[in-house]
Design a protein around this ligand. Structure first.
Ligand SMILES: C[S@@+](CC[C@H](N)C(=O)[O-])C[C@H]1O[C@@H](n2cnc3c(N)ncnc32)[C@H](O)[C@@H]1O
Length: 259
Protein backbone atom coordinates (compact mmCIF):
# COMPACT_ATOMS: atom_id res chain seq x y z
CA UNK A 1 0.00 0.00 0.00
CA UNK A 2 1.52 3.36 -0.98
CA UNK A 3 1.27 6.44 1.19
CA UNK A 4 -1.76 7.84 -0.58
CA UNK A 5 -3.70 4.57 -0.36
CA UNK A 6 -2.83 4.39 3.32
CA UNK A 7 -4.15 7.92 3.98
CA UNK A 8 -7.46 7.25 2.21
CA UNK A 9 -7.87 3.80 3.77
CA UNK A 10 -7.11 5.15 7.25
CA UNK A 11 -9.69 7.86 6.81
CA UNK A 12 -12.54 5.58 5.65
CA UNK A 13 -11.62 2.68 7.95
CA UNK A 14 -12.30 5.07 10.85
CA UNK A 15 -15.24 7.02 9.43
CA UNK A 16 -18.89 6.02 9.25
CA UNK A 17 -19.37 6.69 5.54
CA UNK A 18 -22.41 4.43 5.48
CA UNK A 19 -24.60 6.78 7.49
CA UNK A 20 -23.12 10.04 6.16
CA UNK A 21 -25.89 10.94 3.72
CA UNK A 22 -28.77 9.92 5.97
CA UNK A 23 -27.60 10.87 9.44
CA UNK A 24 -29.22 14.33 9.53
CA UNK A 25 -31.02 16.88 7.36
CA UNK A 26 -27.82 18.71 6.39
CA UNK A 27 -26.20 15.62 4.92
CA UNK A 28 -29.46 14.33 3.50
CA UNK A 29 -29.79 17.55 1.49
CA UNK A 30 -26.76 16.57 -0.65
CA UNK A 31 -28.31 13.15 -1.34
CA UNK A 32 -31.74 14.56 -2.25
CA UNK A 33 -30.44 17.28 -4.59
CA UNK A 34 -28.00 14.89 -6.28
CA UNK A 35 -30.74 12.29 -6.79
CA UNK A 36 -33.11 14.91 -8.16
CA UNK A 37 -30.65 15.82 -10.93
CA UNK A 38 -29.63 12.22 -11.67
CA UNK A 39 -33.27 11.26 -12.09
CA UNK A 40 -33.91 14.01 -14.61
CA UNK A 41 -31.83 11.98 -17.06
CA UNK A 42 -32.06 8.30 -16.06
CA UNK A 43 -34.12 6.16 -18.40
CA UNK A 44 -35.54 2.71 -17.78
CA UNK A 45 -32.98 0.02 -18.60
CA UNK A 46 -29.98 2.35 -18.24
CA UNK A 47 -26.60 0.95 -17.30
CA UNK A 48 -25.05 2.99 -14.49
CA UNK A 49 -21.41 3.03 -13.41
CA UNK A 50 -20.63 4.50 -10.00
CA UNK A 51 -16.93 5.19 -9.43
CA UNK A 52 -16.04 5.64 -5.77
CA UNK A 53 -19.30 4.04 -4.71
CA UNK A 54 -18.45 4.05 -1.01
CA UNK A 55 -20.82 1.82 0.94
CA UNK A 56 -23.35 2.01 -1.89
CA UNK A 57 -25.77 4.76 -0.92
CA UNK A 58 -26.45 5.57 -4.61
CA UNK A 59 -25.46 2.25 -6.22
CA UNK A 60 -27.75 0.15 -4.03
CA UNK A 61 -30.57 2.68 -4.29
CA UNK A 62 -30.55 2.54 -8.09
CA UNK A 63 -29.96 -1.23 -8.24
CA UNK A 64 -33.05 -1.65 -6.03
CA UNK A 65 -34.99 0.46 -8.52
CA UNK A 66 -34.10 -1.98 -11.31
CA UNK A 67 -31.15 -0.28 -13.00
CA UNK A 68 -28.12 -2.30 -14.06
CA UNK A 69 -25.39 -0.98 -11.77
CA UNK A 70 -21.63 -1.42 -11.70
CA UNK A 71 -19.76 -0.09 -8.67
CA UNK A 72 -16.06 0.57 -8.32
CA UNK A 73 -14.62 1.41 -4.90
CA UNK A 74 -11.06 2.02 -3.72
CA UNK A 75 -11.38 1.18 -0.02
CA UNK A 76 -12.04 -2.48 0.85
CA UNK A 77 -13.79 -1.57 4.10
CA UNK A 78 -16.42 0.47 2.20
CA UNK A 79 -16.72 -2.10 -0.60
CA UNK A 80 -17.35 -4.90 1.92
CA UNK A 81 -20.23 -2.93 3.45
CA UNK A 82 -21.68 -2.30 -0.02
CA UNK A 83 -21.44 -5.99 -0.93
CA UNK A 84 -23.06 -7.06 2.34
CA UNK A 85 -26.18 -5.08 1.38
CA UNK A 86 -26.72 -6.53 -2.09
CA UNK A 87 -30.00 -8.45 -2.34
CA UNK A 88 -31.08 -11.08 -4.89
CA UNK A 89 -33.41 -8.71 -6.71
CA UNK A 90 -30.53 -6.38 -7.69
CA UNK A 91 -28.40 -6.43 -10.83
CA UNK A 92 -25.15 -5.07 -9.47
CA UNK A 93 -21.45 -5.86 -9.80
CA UNK A 94 -19.20 -4.32 -7.19
CA UNK A 95 -15.42 -4.44 -7.49
CA UNK A 96 -12.34 -2.89 -5.96
CA UNK A 97 -10.75 -0.35 -8.27
CA UNK A 98 -9.27 3.10 -8.83
CA UNK A 99 -11.00 5.98 -10.61
CA UNK A 100 -7.82 6.80 -12.52
CA UNK A 101 -7.80 3.41 -14.27
CA UNK A 102 -11.06 2.03 -15.61
CA UNK A 103 -9.31 -0.09 -18.25
CA UNK A 104 -11.44 -3.11 -17.27
CA UNK A 105 -14.32 -1.35 -19.12
CA UNK A 106 -14.63 -0.79 -22.88
CA UNK A 107 -15.24 2.64 -24.37
CA UNK A 108 -18.91 3.71 -24.60
CA UNK A 109 -20.28 1.15 -22.11
CA UNK A 110 -22.51 3.05 -19.65
CA UNK A 111 -25.53 5.34 -20.06
CA UNK A 112 -24.64 7.26 -16.93
CA UNK A 113 -21.36 7.48 -15.02
CA UNK A 114 -21.37 8.84 -11.47
CA UNK A 115 -18.11 9.94 -9.89
CA UNK A 116 -19.36 11.05 -6.49
CA UNK A 117 -16.31 11.11 -4.28
CA UNK A 118 -12.95 10.27 -5.88
CA UNK A 119 -12.37 13.90 -6.85
CA UNK A 120 -12.55 14.82 -3.15
CA UNK A 121 -9.30 12.92 -2.72
CA UNK A 122 -7.23 13.29 -5.90
CA UNK A 123 -4.66 15.98 -5.32
CA UNK A 124 -2.49 16.01 -8.44
CA UNK A 125 -3.48 17.39 -11.84
CA UNK A 126 -2.51 14.26 -13.77
CA UNK A 127 -4.72 11.97 -11.67
CA UNK A 128 -7.59 14.46 -11.68
CA UNK A 129 -7.43 14.58 -15.46
CA UNK A 130 -7.19 10.77 -15.76
CA UNK A 131 -10.22 10.19 -13.52
CA UNK A 132 -12.30 12.63 -15.57
CA UNK A 133 -11.07 11.23 -18.93
CA UNK A 134 -11.75 7.67 -17.86
CA UNK A 135 -15.30 8.50 -16.73
CA UNK A 136 -15.96 10.13 -20.09
CA UNK A 137 -14.34 7.30 -22.09
CA UNK A 138 -16.50 4.54 -20.59
CA UNK A 139 -19.74 6.53 -21.00
CA UNK A 140 -21.79 6.02 -24.18
CA UNK A 141 -21.99 8.86 -26.70
CA UNK A 142 -24.93 10.97 -25.60
CA UNK A 143 -24.66 9.53 -22.07
CA UNK A 144 -24.39 11.54 -18.86
CA UNK A 145 -21.37 12.03 -16.60
CA UNK A 146 -21.90 13.47 -13.10
CA UNK A 147 -18.82 14.42 -11.11
CA UNK A 148 -18.91 15.68 -7.53
CA UNK A 149 -16.23 17.98 -6.10
CA UNK A 150 -15.73 19.97 -2.92
CA UNK A 151 -15.04 23.68 -2.68
CA UNK A 152 -12.26 25.37 -0.77
CA UNK A 153 -14.47 27.98 0.90
CA UNK A 154 -17.22 25.49 1.65
CA UNK A 155 -14.73 23.29 3.49
CA UNK A 156 -13.26 26.31 5.26
CA UNK A 157 -16.62 27.62 6.45
CA UNK A 158 -18.04 24.25 7.42
CA UNK A 159 -15.11 22.55 9.01
CA UNK A 160 -11.90 24.48 9.20
CA UNK A 161 -13.22 27.25 11.45
CA UNK A 162 -13.47 24.68 14.24
CA UNK A 163 -9.85 23.72 13.68
CA UNK A 164 -8.20 27.13 13.53
CA UNK A 165 -7.08 26.65 17.12
CA UNK A 166 -5.17 23.51 16.07
CA UNK A 167 -3.13 25.42 13.54
CA UNK A 168 -5.31 24.43 10.60
CA UNK A 169 -4.33 27.56 8.60
CA UNK A 170 -1.14 25.71 7.64
CA UNK A 171 -3.28 24.01 5.04
CA UNK A 172 -4.14 27.32 3.35
CA UNK A 173 -2.23 29.49 0.97
CA UNK A 174 -2.06 33.25 1.53
CA UNK A 175 -5.50 33.69 -0.03
CA UNK A 176 -7.06 31.15 2.33
CA UNK A 177 -7.34 28.63 -0.46
CA UNK A 178 -6.99 25.08 0.80
CA UNK A 179 -3.85 23.53 -0.62
CA UNK A 180 -3.99 20.14 -2.33
CA UNK A 181 -0.99 18.09 -1.22
CA UNK A 182 -0.20 14.39 -0.86
CA UNK A 183 -0.73 14.13 2.88
CA UNK A 184 -4.06 15.94 2.94
CA UNK A 185 -7.17 13.81 2.90
CA UNK A 186 -9.39 16.33 1.06
CA UNK A 187 -8.62 18.10 -2.19
CA UNK A 188 -10.93 21.06 -2.80
CA UNK A 189 -11.33 23.39 -5.81
CA UNK A 190 -12.52 26.85 -6.58
CA UNK A 191 -15.67 26.49 -8.68
CA UNK A 192 -14.18 28.31 -11.65
CA UNK A 193 -11.03 26.19 -11.44
CA UNK A 194 -13.11 23.02 -11.74
CA UNK A 195 -15.09 24.41 -14.66
CA UNK A 196 -11.84 25.25 -16.47
CA UNK A 197 -10.57 21.69 -15.92
CA UNK A 198 -13.77 20.30 -17.44
CA UNK A 199 -13.50 22.66 -20.43
CA UNK A 200 -10.41 20.75 -21.58
CA UNK A 201 -12.59 17.68 -22.18
CA UNK A 202 -14.80 16.96 -25.14
CA UNK A 203 -18.17 17.14 -23.39
CA UNK A 204 -21.26 19.36 -23.38
CA UNK A 205 -21.83 21.20 -20.13
CA UNK A 206 -25.28 20.73 -18.58
CA UNK A 207 -25.32 21.79 -14.92
CA UNK A 208 -23.06 22.91 -12.11
CA UNK A 209 -25.08 22.32 -8.96
CA UNK A 210 -24.58 23.31 -5.33
CA UNK A 211 -25.87 20.15 -3.66
CA UNK A 212 -25.74 21.37 -0.08
CA UNK A 213 -25.34 25.16 -0.43
CA UNK A 214 -25.09 26.92 2.91
CA UNK A 215 -26.71 23.87 4.57
CA UNK A 216 -23.50 22.73 6.31
CA UNK A 217 -22.81 26.26 7.59
CA UNK A 218 -26.32 26.42 9.06
CA UNK A 219 -26.28 22.77 10.11
CA UNK A 220 -27.40 23.26 13.71
CA UNK A 221 -30.49 25.13 12.60
CA UNK A 222 -31.23 22.92 9.61
CA UNK A 223 -30.87 19.73 11.60
CA UNK A 224 -33.47 20.97 14.07
CA UNK A 225 -36.11 21.62 11.38
CA UNK A 226 -39.22 19.46 11.40
CA UNK A 227 -39.77 17.15 8.40
CA UNK A 228 -42.26 19.64 6.95
CA UNK A 229 -39.88 22.57 7.39
CA UNK A 230 -37.01 20.57 5.92
CA UNK A 231 -39.08 19.85 2.80
CA UNK A 232 -39.32 23.61 2.29
CA UNK A 233 -35.53 23.96 2.70
CA UNK A 234 -34.96 21.22 0.10
CA UNK A 235 -37.31 23.06 -2.25
CA UNK A 236 -35.38 26.27 -1.64
CA UNK A 237 -32.02 24.60 -2.32
CA UNK A 238 -33.40 23.03 -5.51
CA UNK A 239 -34.58 26.40 -6.73
CA UNK A 240 -31.23 28.17 -6.10
CA UNK A 241 -28.65 25.40 -6.59
CA UNK A 242 -27.56 26.55 -10.05
CA UNK A 243 -27.32 30.25 -9.14
CA UNK A 244 -23.65 31.14 -9.47
CA UNK A 245 -24.00 34.07 -7.05
CA UNK A 246 -24.88 31.62 -4.25
CA UNK A 247 -22.55 28.70 -4.90
CA UNK A 248 -19.14 29.56 -3.43
CA UNK A 249 -19.88 28.34 0.10
CA UNK A 250 -21.48 25.07 -0.94
CA UNK A 251 -19.35 22.25 0.42
CA UNK A 252 -20.38 19.82 -2.30
CA UNK A 253 -20.84 20.61 -5.99
CA UNK A 254 -22.05 18.37 -8.81
CA UNK A 255 -20.90 18.96 -12.37
CA UNK A 256 -23.08 17.27 -15.00
CA UNK A 257 -22.25 16.96 -18.66
CA UNK A 258 -23.16 14.97 -21.76
CA UNK A 259 -20.66 13.05 -23.87
C1 LIG B 1 -17.32 10.67 0.31
S1 LIG B 1 -17.31 9.02 -0.25
C2 LIG B 1 -18.74 9.00 -1.31
C3 LIG B 1 -19.30 7.64 -1.54
C4 LIG B 1 -20.51 7.58 -2.47
N1 LIG B 1 -20.15 7.86 -3.83
C5 LIG B 1 -21.56 8.55 -2.00
O1 LIG B 1 -21.66 9.65 -2.57
O2 LIG B 1 -22.26 8.22 -1.05
C6 LIG B 1 -15.97 8.96 -1.43
C7 LIG B 1 -15.64 7.56 -1.86
O3 LIG B 1 -14.70 7.60 -2.94
C8 LIG B 1 -13.74 6.58 -2.72
N2 LIG B 1 -12.50 6.90 -3.44
C9 LIG B 1 -11.54 7.77 -3.09
N3 LIG B 1 -10.57 7.80 -4.01
C10 LIG B 1 -10.93 6.91 -4.97
C11 LIG B 1 -10.34 6.49 -6.19
N4 LIG B 1 -9.15 6.97 -6.60
N5 LIG B 1 -10.99 5.56 -6.93
C12 LIG B 1 -12.18 5.05 -6.52
N6 LIG B 1 -12.78 5.43 -5.37
C13 LIG B 1 -12.17 6.34 -4.61
C14 LIG B 1 -13.56 6.56 -1.22
O4 LIG B 1 -12.98 5.38 -0.77
C15 LIG B 1 -15.00 6.75 -0.75
O5 LIG B 1 -15.66 5.53 -0.57
Amino acid sequence: MDNRQEIINNHYNNYDEDSRLVKDHTHNLEFLITKNYIERYLKQGDKILEVGAGTGRYSLYYAKKGYDVTSIEYVKHNLDILKSKITDDMTIRAEEGDAVDLSRFNDNTFDMTLVLGPLYHLYNDVDIDKAISEAIRVTKKGGIIAIAYITSDGVFADWAVDHLIDGYPNDFDNNFKLIRYPESIFAPFYIDEFKQIMKKHNITFMHNIATDGIGPILSEKINSLSEEEFKVWVKYQLSVCEREDLQGYSCHMLYMCRK
